[in-house]
Design a protein around this ligand. Structure first.
Ligand code: AP5
Length: 213
C-alpha cells in the first residue's frame, strides 16, 4: 500500500501505521520519529530541528523535503509505505506530488483520522514512547501500558514522555495543526484521494483502511 495518514497530534497516526505495516509489510515512515532519532543522535538535522519540535512548531519545509526525498528513494519503500506526519503543509504536499510523479508512484488513498479534541488531549497526556530511536514503540498508560517497571515490551529500553508533551507545547501543536495541516484535507479531496475515518477504535480503523485500498 502507498498511503498517507493525516490527523491531529494524538489522533493515532503512529499507532495505525504500525498496525497497518503488520498487514502487508509496507514500511511505516514517521517524520516525527526520524527527527527525534536525529535529535538523540545529535546530527546537524537534529540540532536544527530540536527547538522547533520542543516548542510544538513545524520544522522548516526545506529540511523535511530533504529528509523525505532521500527516505522515499530507499529500496524498502518499493514494498509500500505508510506516511505518518508528512506532508504537513500545502507546500510539502505540492513538493511530494512532484516527487511521486518523478518516482512514478501513485498513492492509493489519503486517510484523515478524525478524533474529538478531548480524546486527543487525553491521549497526548497519557502517551509514553520507547526511548530507543530504533524502536520508538508507542504506549499509553491507560489503554496500552509498558511493563510495570516502565520499560518497552519489545526492546526493554526505558519508556519516556516526549519533550513536546508539555501542556504549552501540546496546545501549540494543536493550533499549528489547525492552521497549517488541516487544510490538506481540501488539497487531497480535490485530488480525489481523501477518505475521512472516525477513528476511535484502532482495529476498526485498520479494517476500514484495508477496504479503501
Ligand atoms: P509527530 O511525531 O508526527 O507528532 P504528531 O503529529 O504531533 O503526532 P503524534 O505522534 O503526537 O500523535 P499520533 O497521531 O501519531 O498518535 P499516536 O499513535 O502516538 O511530530 C512531532 C514534531 O516533529 C512536530 O510537532 C514537528 O515539530 C516535527 N515534524 C514532524 N513531521 C513534520 C513535518 N512533516 N513538517 C514539519 N515538522 C514536522 O497515539 C497517541 C496516544 O493515543 C498513544 O498513547 C496511543 O497509545 C493512544 N491511542 C492511539 N489510538 C488509540 C485508541 N484507538 N484507543 C486508545 N488509545 C489510543
Amino acid at each position: 500500500m502507498k498511503i498517507i495518514l493525516l490527523g491531529a497530534p494524538g489522533a493515532g497516526k503512529g499507532t495505525i501505521a504500525k498496525l497497518l505495516s503488520q498487514f502487508d509489510g509496507s514500511v511505516p515512515i514517521s517524520t516525527g520519529d526520524i527527527l527525534r532519532a536525529a535529535v538523540k543522535a545529535g546530527t546537524e538535522v537534529g540540532k536544527e530541528a530540536k527547538a522547533y519540535m520542543d516548542a510544538g512548531d513545524l520544522v522548516p519545509d526545506s529540511l523535511i523535503m530533504k529528509i523525505m526525498e532521500s527516505r522515499l528513494g530507499e529500496p524498502d519503500c518499493e514494498a509500500g509505505f505508510i506516511l505518518d506526519g508528512f506532508p504537513r503543509t500545502i507546500a510539502q504536499a505540492e513538493e511530494l506530488k512532484k516527487l511521486l510523479e518523478k518516482l512514478g508512484i501513485n498513492l492509493n488513498v489519503v486517510v484523515n483520522l478524525e478524533v474529538p479534541r478531548e480524546v486527543v488531549l487525553d491521549r497526548l497526556t497519557t502517551r509514553r514512547t520507547c526511548s530507543n530511536p530504533e524502536c520508538q514503540e508507542i504506549y499509553n498508560i491507560k489503554s496500552n501500558p509498558p511493563t510495570p517497571e516502565g520499560t518497552c515490551k519489545k526492546c526493554g529500553s526505558p519508556v519516556i514522555q516526549r519533550d513536546d508533551e508539555t501542556e504549552e507545547a501540546i496546545i501549540n501543536r494543536l493550533q499549528t495543526y489547525n492552521q497549517k495541516t488541516a487544510p490538506l484535507t481540501g488539497f487531497y479531496e480535490k485530488e480525489g484521494l481523501l477518505k475521512n475515518i472516525n477513528s476511535v477504535d484502532s482495529k476498526e480503523t485498520v479494517e476500514e483502511i484495508k477496504k479503501a485500498l
